[in-house]
Design a protein around this ligand. Sequence first.
Ligand SMILES: *Cc1c(COP(=O)(O)O)cnc(C)c1O
Length: 430
Amino acid sequence: MQADDLAFDKRHIWHPYASMTHPLPTYPVVSADGYELILRDGRRLVDGMSSWWAAIHGYNHPVINQAIKHQISRMSHVMFGGITHPPAIELCRRLVTLMPSGLECVFLADSGSVAVEVAIKMALQYWQASGHPRYEFLALRHGYHGDTCGAMAVCDPDNSMHSIYQGYLPSNRFIEAPKRSFREAWKPGDETSLSALFSDYHQKIAAVIMEPIVQGAGGMRFYHPEYLRIARALCDRYGILLIADEIATGFGRTGEWLACHHANITPDILCLGKALTGGTMTLSATLTIRRVAETISNSAVGCFMHGPTFMANPLACAAANASLSLLEDESWRQRVENIASQLSRELSPLINHPMVSDVRVLGAIGVVEIKQTVNIAQLQHWFVEHGVWIRPFGHLIYLIPPYIISSKALTILIDAISASLDEPENFFVS
Ligand SMILES: *Cc1c(COP(=O)(O)O)cnc(C)c1O
């Protein structure tokens, strides 16, 4: 890197949810290995974020690297229209086998948001093909499904995304977020607002879309599996499609292979992304049941209307195949369980800290909810100074480390959070 690189970055490059005039600082990372990010000046940071749920095996994994190198020497890309190739076939074969039975038809796309767009379009085409077009979706408050327009329109309506783009976005119906948390006792009646919306609007609703069990970017909330079971039952009763957005939760993060497994349900459409390639390349998959695929295909239109240029990119498919092969021996389960119990032991006591309103743990996810809003720039800087990479947002400081993190490194992450809470005048604004 050159001396003026950071100045150039600041002046010319957008970062996620960033300002061009008052950008938050960025930190130059030149390599990453295992559970560590390596800064330009040689400092190593323990990674608590898995690059947003993705790098579950850690960075620079030899098996995934080897698979990408092997594939690049054959072809890095070829169009998918009229052509198929071994990495895509292997990947779809794996997905059909590994995902709940019935989800037989796979659409590969570029990113999580596009997987959600594809799911939404599948539901729209399904209803149009059935001769009863429907244009509304039911979604949960505090939900997050991505940043493209269709996906934004099913995200929580009260965050800034809707108010900014309101005049443009399609309008959908929102259900009060599930109020019973994962470990609370379920009370009959907790589903009232959900069932009321179904009975009032079922003739208009094309599909229900939800993040199963864990609402991620919309607040890191863990809700009760019974809620998901009831949503599935209501969808069955009214003939409405259920879309499960497992882009963040898939591949073991919550302690089960899919978050849907906590409730033993199978959605009609399933979105996967983030950890699909072990965090190495962008790729997503939308899986659906045969009935949806056939209804769409037997319509007057005769096909599903989507086809990205880089659909089924062979390099990304090869990376995904390698990542899935690393998950095959189920050692992820023990790793996630170990992380969960260490988080429960070491992170949960922070509940007694006066700055903290809640601490929750599910699988390899640990969340500390602060009573005040986090000053991201200052807290981030402090974390980097203390050798950890943790990216807080809103009232939340959370950990979603790579599954391969050592218990010593996880303690470093937890200790950093704990120590930061004792410097409240710098990091938190009421
Ligand atoms: C991250 C995320 C998305 C969007 O995925 P991108 O790859 O960022 O487009 C969608 N849904 C959920 C639940 C996510 O966590």
